[in-house]
Design a protein around this ligand. Sequence first.
Ligand SMILES: [Zn+2]
Length: 74
Amino acid sequence: MNDFGNRPPRQKYDVSALGITCADCGQAINELPFNPTKRDDGTFGRLYCGDCNRKRYQNRDRSSGGGGGFRRGY
Ligand SMILES: [Zn+2]
């Protein structure tokens, strides 16, 4: 019944061999909290490093209600 206690705090996937770079700052991403899947076009889509992920999450929280231009340049 109580599964929460068995779960590891945070699983990291080693993606350093995939050559993924952050879509925001361009920094190489060595690990992700999830396993990225390759798309049909051969890319992994837009991925962000830990710093930018946190920044984006905070910005999103602060500017909730707008939503314009979130997918710019895609
Ligand atoms: Zn970044």
